[in-house]
Design a protein around this ligand. Structure first.
Ligand code: NAG
Ligand code: NAG
Ligand code: NAG
Ligand code: NAG
Length: 524
């Protein structure tokens, strides 16, 4: 009897936790909580060079969810939430959240526990997901040796690996040093936690389980994953109980691959390096991107599926600090939305921000005015919508693996049926030509570039031959994949009428199911 009462609650809990399969249909907006929005909508000055708290918080995020959702994002990755080093350091204040002091307290610059729960509720009400960012590898000190007693809970020197800084040469030659020596420098040492100690392991595992449950997070982004032994991660990921995506900063797919077995996936750094070098000048080599992605498809645990695909983040210079050729920018920005993994867009990219290396790439978004008429906001909106449209006509869209039908130095044709994406790094003065003989369409099928709403027909063999203009990318879909009355090229769409009735039914069914499941939990 007891077991039969407990069993449904177990089912309910697992049904509610978001798995990698739940995440693969999502599109993620990454934000730095301090820099995204203020609670009262004010626009205080925020000089990135100062590295100070600028006043963004959870209430600010709640007030700006419309802005995020209207671009088509259905998941948000927020910066770390736990209590950090207070006050000024050699590198400014801990506004970014990555300088952990106490894993059991929240960083109150961003609001209270109730504010964070309100954010989680507000996100879930919109059927969006919330991802939290966590650091497990280290605590952060303002002196060397650190004042170990100031850390919570790992407050003994013996909770840490013995002191040595990681040397540049270690990255290629000594993985033990990468895992057990320290990051940081004399001014701000990152005290490396002894993640071999079983007590520490079990503290971390129950902590992540509690954190995810307390705030109903749907996913966890994990910092500095390659700095912790690989076999630490499977239990940690299991304890989190949701999708986990790790930062493994490396350009080689073979280095990253083992971490895709321990976690749900990794952030796709190998593709990131090829993407930025491929598109930052007209001399880049797009074949390298194709080669890296094909390697990822074969060596990652689930191919490129579940990988976080990004062009920018808080650790790397914004793409527009490398080039401001808008054709190159639009091509590079298109990639994360047309590949096998989960798209991640770093806040501010849509507003055309140009900040270089940290701290310049952490600009306050309020200084942009959140204008929704900007060209790149529209670009992102269309790309998110195109991805959903492709998935709505091909149920295998998310699970299928893309193919490069053209793979040359300057041009790529990427097939992920029913989507065919044409990318070029020839730049804004070029008129690129793509010849894709076997694109997989039916004879003379009517297609449309969703970025310009320009129609083109496939040839008699289902191939596509197109001359582009202004070096722009093209994202082709059959006009029949676009819903009449939908948001993408509505005048040309020939697909079934966009139906609000159907999605309403699904929502009503979804929430009654949630009520039934929570009743089961309540009664167990
Ligand atoms: C790797 O680094 C560790 C930690 O610094 C050190 O003890 C060990 O000797 C190094 N191994 C090699 C082969 O250099
Ligand atoms: C989760 O909530 C419980 C109960 O209030 C508390 O004991 C625990 O410290 C919390 N854990 C985290 C990581 O917030
Ligand atoms: C990664 O970067 C290193 C150092 O720049 C380079 O030597 C190596 O060829 C790169 N590897 C790949 C797979 O791109
Ligand atoms: C471009 O990259 C491909 C794949 O890595 C390589 O085979 C080719 O030689 C490169 N081309 C140039 C011009 O460097």
């Amino acid at each position: 009897m007891l077991a039969s009462i407990l069993f449904p609650s177990f089912v309910a809990l697992t049904a509610l936790a978001a798995s990698p399969d739940d995440w693969r249909t999502r599109s993620i907006y990454q934000l730095v909580t301090d820099r995204f929005a203020t609670p009262d909508g004010s626009s205080p000055t925020c000089n990135t060079d100062d590295r100070r708290y600028c006043g963004g918080n959870y209430k600010g995020v709640i007030n700006k969810l419309d802005y995020i959702q209207s671009m088509g994002f259905d998941a948000i990755w927020i910066s770390p939430v736990v209590a950090n080093v207070e006050g000024n350091t050699a590198y400014g204040e801990a506004f970014h959240g990555y300088w952990t002091q106490d894993i059991n307290k929240l960083n109150d610059h961003f609001g209270s526990a109730d504010d964070l729960k309100s954010l989680s509720d507000a996100v879930h009400k919109r059927n969006m997901y919330l991802m939290v960012d966590v650091v497990v590898n280290h605590m952060v000190a303002t002196s060397n040796p650190p004042n170990f007693g100031s850390f919570e809970p790992f407050n003994q020197q013996s909770d840490y690996h013995s002191f040595c800084f990681i040397q540049a040469s270690d990255y290629d030659n000594n993985q033990t040093a990468v895992e057990q020596c320290w990051l940081g420098d004399e001014n701000l040492p990152l005290a490396d936690i002894n993640t071999e100690d079983p007590n520490i392991v079990s503290t971390w595992n129950s902590w992540i389980s509690g954190l995810v449950k307390n705030y109903t997070f749907d996913g966890v982004r994990i910092d500095t994953v390659k700095h912790v032994r690989k076999d630490f991660w499977p239990e940690f990921a299991k304890s989190a109980g949701v999708y986990t995506v790790g930062e493994v900063l490396h350009n080689d797919t073979n280095y990253v691959a083992p971490y895709t077995q321990s976690l749900s996936a990794a952030l796709d750094y190998p593709a990131y390096f090829a993407l930025t070098t491929g598109f930052q000048t007209t001399n880049g080599n797009l074949s390298t991107l194709a080669a890296v992605v094909q390697s990822g498809q074969s060596v990652y645990d689930n191919g490129e599926h579940y990988m976080g695909s990004f062009l920018e983040n808080h650790d790397n210079p914004r793409f527009q600090s490398l080039t401001q050729d808008q054709a190159l920018v639009k091509n590079a920005m298109t990639w994360p939305f047309v590949q096998d993994g989960i798209p991640v867009l770093y806040y501010g990219q849509e507003q055309g921000y140009t900040g270089g290396n940290d701290p310049a790439n952490r600009e306050a978004l309020w200084l942009s005015g959140y204008g929704e008429d900007k060209p790149l906001v529209q670009h992102v909106k269309t790309l998110n919508a195109a991805r959903k449209a492709a998935a709505s006509t091909n149920k295998d869209f998310y699970t299928s693996s893309l193919k490069f039908l053209v793979d040359s130095t300057n041009n790529l044709a990427i097939s992920k049926p029913p989507m065919l994406t044409l990318l070029t790094n020839e730049g804004s003065t070029s008129t690129p030509q793509w010849n894709v003989p076997n694109a997989g369409y039916s004879a003379n099928q009517e297609l449309i570039d969703v970025l310009t709403c320009t129609k083109v027909n496939a040839d008699a063999n289902g191939g596509v031959s197109i001359k582009g203009s202004g070096g722009n990318p093209q994202v082709l879909l059959p006009t029949s994949a676009l819903a009449k009355g939908g948001s993408v090229c509505p005048d040309a769409a020939t697909g079934a009428q966009a139906s609000s009735a159907r999605s309403l039914t699904v929502q009503v069914l979804g929430s009654s199911l949630a009520i039934v499941l929570s009743l089961l939990v309540a009664f167990s």
